[in-house]
Write a new protein. Structure first.
Length: 563
């Protein structure tokens, strides 16, 4: 009889396949062992390539079910960030609204809870398999010629653990440094170990992540990559900077953020606002990214609707896509938008809420002045109108034009969504450097922050955004850095990490809010629905697993906050 095990147990098995949310283990199957795969010609290089190739474009979670959110690593940008306030999943058909409002479905026995657990421990399993094939167990020296592959595996495993440690931690590090995070599964973890595998606390998790990154730094010292879709030393340094930032080790955060920047330069205004290449193709600022390919199942199947482009891009000229045609765009929080000065060119990434006043529901055609206003943002103003007004029954304010279709492909089905997505940019590193410097010497931090901000807004002066916040637990300096991160990195997966890192609350209820009615929650510190639950199978098979409490949805809209 076959026995169904937990995902962590599957991650500890030495087979090289990962086929779904629950694995059936059968000694009579044709599953290839790591030892067998390791000896096949070219197999090791293929498995190393799969570490990054498997991050996008594949239906990993549910296979033929074609869930719209099942398109890989960038999906978690939205999964995380709609839990806060900066991204609002509006419209009549938005697949990310569960994480925004339906918190009951984030409890241990629901599919939405299984989704991140399946993907992350599947990716970790892939890294563990590469390390086994490289015979780099317990940080030993890998087989000659497999050093770079092992270094890439250590880098990505650290990235995955840093993500889930921050999302599953019972409390933010700033609140409780001994709070429990996630269980550890490595290339040497046995099936039996997983049956009694306790969660690491914050310090244990940091030690493990940094040990992986230290080893990656050694193994990738002489590695030269061919493109930004594979980790190199800059990526290792960037992950160290993120880790030390979370740990509040300001000196090391500053050090590694500066090292990560070497060889890269910030995006210009022209690059940032490009209608052809805006955040869809690597440029001088991209340190690490992922790519959707025209051969990916997420592009070829389900009309391409299960893809990053489908849920984030508004300008495609064919009748597909959740953001453009099915009524599911993701927009910026109105208050955040309104705190962006008109002199800051990043404001042009989102449609002005003032254009709402030009909508005439009784007109047979779109008013000319409205089309002119939308043309400020797009070569396809009619498509913006259709996406926000006709299809989503939402409106226009805050529609995002940050992420574009690739040049010349807006009308090409489904090549419009064959795009790249940034995972790490020099701009993030500069903001880490500024914050870390300022937490050691505020004057030096203000100088770095001002230098950064004036590349986006030449009239920026420190203190501009002193009224943009509602939680005084952090200093004005950190609030200023946080504001820059919220605007600069919008849609790139950092908003919820920062809310938890700084123990900020969220404000969705205020005069003029564009948050969805009955979802306008105001809380004073990081809410419990941002502490992800473990799937119930993990608690059933891992006796040492201390579970997180079920998320609690506020009973209704909060009174309007007065800024």
């Amino acid at each position: 009889m076959k026995k169904i095990f937990s995902i962590m147990m599957v991650a500890a098995l030495t087979s090289v396949t990962f086929t779904g949310c629950i694995e059936e283990v059968d000694p009579q199957t044709s599953t290839v062992t790591v030892d067998q795969a390791s000896n096949a010609p070219g197999a090791f290089d293929n498995f190393v390539a799969n570490l990054t190739g498997n991050l996008t474009g594949q239906f990993i979670y549910a296979g033929s079910s074609h869930y719209v959110f099942d398109f890989g690593y960038p999906a978690f940008f939205l999964v995380r960030d709609v839990q806060g306030q900066d991204i609002v999943p509006v419209g009549t058909n938005n697949w990310f609204d569960t994480w925004y409002q339906d918190f009951a479905y984030l409890a241990p026995n629901y599919a939405r809870t299984q989704f991140p657990w399946t993907l992350y421990y599947g990716w970790i399993k892939d890294c563990n398999n590469v390390l086994l094939m490289a015979e780099a167990t317990d940080y030993s020296d890998p087989i000659e010629g497999r050093e770079a592959g092992a270094g890439i595996a250590y880098t990505l495993r650290a990235m995955f653990y840093l993500d889930i440690v921050r999302m599953y931690a019972a409390k933010p590090y700033i609140v409780d440094k001994n709070a429990l995070t996630v269980p550890k599964v490595t290339e040497t973890t046995t099936f039996e170990d997983c049956q009694n595998n306790p969660r690491m606390n914050w310090e244990e998790a940091f030690e493990f992540i940094l040990k992986d990154l230290d080893r990656a730094e050694q193994l990738l010292a002489n590695y030269k990559r061919s493109d930004v879709f594979t980790p190199n030393l800059n990526v290792v340094y960037g992950l160290k900077a993120r880790t030390y930032l979370e740990r509040q080790d300001w000196a090391n955060a500053e050090k590694y953020a500066k090292m990560a920047q070497e060889g890269f330069s910030m995006m210009s205004q022209e690059e940032y606002l490009s209608r052809d290449y805006g955040f869809n193709s690597p440029n001088s600022s991209w340190i690490f990214g992922v790519s959707f390919k025209d051969t990916d199942p997420n592009i070829l199947e389900n009309d391409g609707d299960s893809s990053w482009g489908s849920v984030m891009m508004l300008e495609n000229g064919f009748d597909c896509g959740y953001a453009a045609n099915y009524g599911g765009p993701n927009v910026i929080d109105r208050h955040l938008y309104e705190t962006i000065p008109s002199s800051d060119y990043r404001k042009l990434c989102w449609v002005d809420f003032a254009l709402e006043d030009l909508i005439d529901p009784d007109a047979e055609e779109i008013p000319a002045d409205l089309l002119k206003g939308l043309s400020v943002y797009s070569d396809y103003p009619e498509r913006l109108y259709a996406a926000g007004v006709s299809n989503a029954s939402y409106g226009l304010g805050g529609l995002s034009l940050k992420f574009r279709n690739q040049a010349g492909k807006a009308n090409v089905k489904y090549d419009a969504w064959v795009v790249d997505v940034p995972l790490m940019r020099i701009e993030e590193m500069k903001l880490i450097e500024a914050e870390a410097a300022g937490m050691q010497n505020e004057a030096r931090g203000i100088e770095l922050l001002t230098e950064f901000a004036r590349t986006r807004d030449p009239y920026y002066n420190y203190g501009t955004h002193k009224d943009a916040y509602y939680n005084t637990a952090t200093s004005q300096f950190q609030n200023e850095v946080w504001w820059q991160r919220r605007v600069e990195l919008w849609g790139e997966g950092f908003a919820t990490f920062d809310i938890k890192r700084l123990n900020k609350g969220i404000i969705r209820s205020y005069a003029g809010t564009n948050h969805i009615e009955d979802c306008r929650f105001n809380v004073e510190s990081a809410p419990n629905w941002m502490v992800w639950c473990f799937v119930n199978t993990e608690a059933q098979y891992n006796e040492a697993l201390v579970v997180n409490p079920n998320p609690v949805r506020p009973s209704g809209d909060s009174p309007e906050y007065e800024w």
